[in-house]
Ligand binder design. Structure first.
Ligand SMILES: Nc1ncnc2c1ncn2[C@@H]1O[C@H](COP(=O)(O)OP(=O)(O)O)[C@@H](O)[C@H]1O
Ligand SMILES: [Mg+2]
Length: 355
């Protein structure tokens, strides 16, 4: 077996130093959450349109299929998964846009879809694909309208706007109508809008999708700022691993409606990261190199690449062994990249399902 709920459940994953403290202030509780969609099956062949009018066949899509997790105040959690995994559906239920088929959600003590109005006021939400701003209005007027809707005190609004404008570098397009913004500018305006009313929670669905490197970086800086300086609890979905690497300590991985992993990014690496590599530049070219606990995978002149297992030997121990036999000029440790690690998890899951 790979890992079922019993071997690697959420309680174990969070048995980290700060877990007790964090869990004492849980703000998002999700228990056994399900969302199913009835999707009409397209009929093929002659008279298919007519036939489908007469007999409608449906297929049940289990978009979210028994997901449970808890998020503590002030956490910044990455919700990761391939296309169609169920990320957006989860976020939509958390923001109250969709009603679960089954299961429980409590956010800030409220049931999102039942207490919609109060709920929406307590959170900020950004959907990468879709703007919440008014298409025809200049950005600044859209933001002012939101101030009115959310009833934000003027001084607070001004302070927030000053701060956000600077971090998001919005000056160049603050007077531009939303429809004329580039995608990167539009998402920056949306992220700014989401936090103007000082919500304690921020949900972001693919905030960096389709953005250029610079806009991505601004958005990431801003999310980190909101989380660290303001203590905003953040849940963001992404399929961009560099988002996760740059922002999140904790990740949840979902695939086909089920959580595959919930824990620290670092322990994900340790458990599923595979082999590490050590690249050593020796002072002298050696004929024979052999070190216990590592294998030599390639050599180019005085440069030698070792591969080693993190469970067998630590990097520093390996370096010690090498340096007691050879003279080292330079060295670096390479971690297996996150993408390969996660691919391994998905593949493992596929293998498991095939059995
Ligand atoms: N409104 C809907 N009607 C029918 N199927 C849907 C609907 N929304 C999502 N789905 C299906 O549910 C699954 C999960 O979708 P989604 O949550 O959008 O995934 P993700 O955001 O991880 O890409 C997909 O198979 C998708 O086609
Ligand atoms: Mg999505």
């Amino acid at each position: 077996m790979f890992f079922g709920a019993s071997e690697f459940d959420i309680t174990k994953a969070q048995a980290h130093n700060d877990a007790t403290k964090r869990l004492s202030q849980v703000v998002i509780r999700v228990h056994d959450l399900h969302k199913y969609f009835q999707v009409p099956i397209r009929q093929r062949g002659r008279f298919s349109a007519l036939r489908s009018l007469l007999v409608r066949r449906h297929r049940l899509v289990k978009a979210v299929n028994g997901v449970s997790f808890q998020i503590g105040r002030g956490e910044l959690v990455g919700y990761l998964g391939p296309n169609g995994a169920g990320k957006s559906t989860t976020i939509k239920m958390l923001t109250g846009l969709l009603v679960p088929t089954h299961g429980e959600i409590s956010v800030n003590g409220r049931i999102p879809w039942k207490q919609r109005e109060e709920h929406v006021k307590s959170l900020g939400a950004v959907f990468g694909f879709r703007s919440t701003l008014w298409w025809d209005l200049p950005v600044i007027e859209s933001l002012e309208l939101l101030r009115y809707i959310y009833d934000v005190p003027l001084a607070r609004f001004k302070d927030n706007l000053r701060e956000f404008r600077k971090i998001l570098e919005m000056d160049a397009f603050i007077n531009t109508p939303v429809r004329s913004l580039s995608l990167g500018q539009r998402v920056r305006a949306d992220v700014c809008a989401a936090l103007l009313h000082d919500p304690s929670l921020l949900f972001l669905d693919e905030p960096t999708i389709g953005l250029d490197v610079v806009a991505k970086e601004r958005i990431r800086q801003f999310i980190l700022h909101a989380n660290r300086q303001r203590g905003t609890t953040v849940l963001l979905t992404t399929h961009d691993l560099s988002d996760v690497e740059k922002m999140c300590q904790r990740v949840m991985i979902i695939d086909r409606g089920k959580l595959l992993y919930d824990g620290q990014l670092e322990s994900l690496r340790q458990r599923f990261g595979g082999k590490r590599e050590l690249v050593v530049e020796l002072v002298d070219e050696e004929d024979q190199i052999s070190i216990e606990g590592a294998i030599v995978t390639s050599r180019q002149g005085a440069q030698v690449m070792f591969q080693f297992d993190r469970d067998q030997i630590s990097a520093s121990e390996l370096i010690q062994r090498i340096s007691s036999n050879y003279r080292i000029r330079d060295l670096s440790v390479r971690e297996p990249d996150l993408e390969a690690t996660i691919r391994r998890i998905y593949e493992q899951r596929l293998l498991e399902d095939a059995v």
